[in-house]
Design a protein around this ligand. Sequence first.
Ligand SMILES: Cc1ncc(COP(=O)(O)O)c(C=O)c1O
Length: 339
Amino acid sequence: MAEAHGALRPQELAALGIDPAQVLDFSSNCLVQAPASVLAAARAAPLESYPDPDCSALRARISALWGQDSVVVGNGAAALLWACVSAYSREGELVLCHRHSFGEYANAALTQRRRVYCVQQAIAERSLEPMYEALQRRPALVFICQPNNPSGRLWPEQPLRELIAQARRQGSTVVVDHAYRVFACPQQRFAHYDGAINVYSMTKDFAVAGLRLGFALGDTDLGRFLPPWSASSAAQAAGVAALSDTVLGALEQRILIAKAQQAQLWQSLRANGHDCLDSDTHFGLIRVGDADGLRARLLREHAIQVRSARSFGLPDYIRVCTRAGDDARLVAALGRRET
Ligand SMILES: Cc1ncc(COP(=O)(O)O)c(C=O)c1O
């Protein structure tokens, strides 16, 4: 089975006899280190009582920063994306997504007995025209990943707004997944699309994937489709700390540095003959041939983990995310590509 997500798998590493602490993980798109104040806030959170079911403090802060009233907090963006399927489509109705995109859109829809139509287009192609045309199928729900995972590329803004407007006219809901938006546009963290449900992840740039935290803007009713206590006390406290002006300011700088490091990584790999696709973020795709085979070899021989893009329908590509000082080890392990 194709791996559905990046990040280390303790069971796989145990079978290979590899110590997880030795592995360099280029397969996850999260920043490597969480801000100290965010970790401290999570650790200080009271664990003896139930979390605030309304996530009041965090929602108030998000509301103020994004200028939006309808805020729903969830156990990671993934939980909210699943809830969107329940909230905006019914059994048997159609859900649209891109074939080469985050797998949870189709997964959530199929598991909840929706029909799924995946728009198929070349991964380097950035036109939303095929998705626009697919609206004629009258979907209940459309998922757009902005910027797209696994390519790291932004869809063009104006066509996306037109797509949302057309979907609205015909009664389809568009969910825009902003999980990596801040990595593409660090100065536009607070962007959203009117007329769409906007889903944000707080696990990637704040580097707290283990805590699980995300939120959605656009419809408070979405909250009815989440279980109660949809974010733990630790996650809520970390979220409030993460959205302080100080942390946001420092993070913007870190993201700009990560983008520059990704550009440097791409330059080194291209100089060695590798076929790296353009990306707007700190991660991107490299065409390597047998991605699964290469992933296994890098792990076995170099304790380096990359993401095979086979589950995205791209078995010839690996996806990698810069790890700054460690990038040279990936470049060395990949070596020269003979053409
Ligand atoms: C595009 C995209 N959206 C959402 C998620 C889920 O994010 P979270 O960790 O907040 O659940 C991921 C995780 O990999 C992702 O790649």
